[in-house]
Design a protein around this ligand. Structure first.
Ligand SMILES: Cc1cc2nc3c(=O)[nH]c(=O)nc-3n(C[C@H](O)[C@H](O)[C@H](O)COP(=O)(O)OP(=O)(O)OC[C@H]3O[C@@H](n4cnc5c(N)ncnc54)[C@H](O)[C@@H]3O)c2cc1C
Ligand code: FES
Length: 257
């Protein structure tokens, strides 16, 4: 179902990274971490297909939800020109979200680049658990929402590829190091495929529950066109599932990377 949602707040968080707060009673009430909205960026033929963006936070009391996106091409560039009071045509909340942890568990999130946004929503909604967040960015200038992550995690580890902030190198390095001494109950990851593959393999090896949030170009966003499929294990065989409908969150064991 699509809604015209009003933009309540816009903010440029970093070069090419924008925050939007949108008003929708339905989406804010129904959204769960890991779900996304599919946004129509323009009325004409330019950027004709909707663009999927994760819900980063939902506040049912205020009837708002937040998204953060990076300008990558035509669609997101058009989005970045929206102003407060404008409306955006959104379908959502869509997809299957993360499995929330149980009280008393220890969870770990590993995010890279634009993959960090749905993990903030997950951390916010995970109550009475011990939370460690590992976030990787390309460089210091691309680190966003650090304070928001600090607020909702017990421990935050940041890495940058160039070493301009935090650990130097891939975020999977401090995560694997952490696994030498700790065994979290649940691990959740979202970001570049090689990062998620490394996280998934480390968890499967140690028998740790792990969910990955997959990203793929989308057509319809509602399970009809099969543009977004990924390869999955079906017992001893393999098959394909739709990231928009069967995911974007999958059990790490299921994905054939
Ligand atoms: C479930 C889901 C959740 C997402 N959540 C977010 C989010 O929270 N924040 C965010 O910034 N982005 C998110 N994305 C990615 C976002 O949808 C794309 O960046 C966006 O569609 C690009 O549109 P565009 O018109 O600006 O670029 P286009 O002109 O369509 O493409 C520009 C470049 O981006 C690449 N690209 C486009 N779509 C994708 C994609 N889905 N995955 C990988 N590369 C792509 C293209 O190959 C091309 O190189 C998400 C994607 C999915 C599937
Ligand atoms: S985008 Fe059409 S089936 Fe997923």
């Amino acid at each position: 179902m699509n809604f015209d949602v009003v933009i309540e707040k816009t903010e440029k968080l970093a070069e090419n990274i924008y925050f939007l707060r949108l008003r929708s009673e339905r989406i804010s009430a129904e959204a769960v971490p890991g779900q996304f909205v599919n946004i129509k960026c323009h009325d004409g033929l330019d950027a004709f297909l909707r663009r999927p963006i994760s819900i980063m936070r939902a506040n049912p009391a205020e009837k708002t939800f937040d998204i953060v996106y990076m300008v990558r091409g035509k669609g997101t560039r058009i989005l970045s020109c929206l102003e407060c009071g404008d409306t955006a045509d959104c379908v959502g909340p869509l997809g299957r979200g993360f499995t929330l942890p149980e009280k008393g568990e220890r969870i770990c999130v590993i995010g890279g680049g634009i993959g960090v946004f749905p993990l903030l929503f997950l951390l916010e909604r995970s109550k009475d658990v011990h939370k460690t967040a590992f976030l990787g960015f390309r460089t210091r200038d691309m680190i966003v929402l650090q304070k928001d992550f600090e607020k909702v995690s017990d421990r935050l580890v940041i890495s940058t590829d160039d070493g301009s902030f935090g650990h130097k190198g891939l975020i999977t390095n401090p995560f694997i190091e952490y696994l030498q001494t700790e065994k979290p109950d649940r691990v959740y990851t979202c970001g570049p495929l090689p990062m998620m593959k490394a996280v998934a393999e480390a968890c499967i090896e140690r028998n740790i529950f792990c969910e990955v949030s997959m990203e793929q170009r989308m057509g319809c966003g509602i399970g009809a066109c099969l543009v977004c499929v990924c390869k999955v294990r079906h017992n001893d065989d393999f098959g394909y599932e739709r990231i928009c409908r069967d995911g974007p969150v999958f059990s790490a064991e299921k994905i054939i990377f």
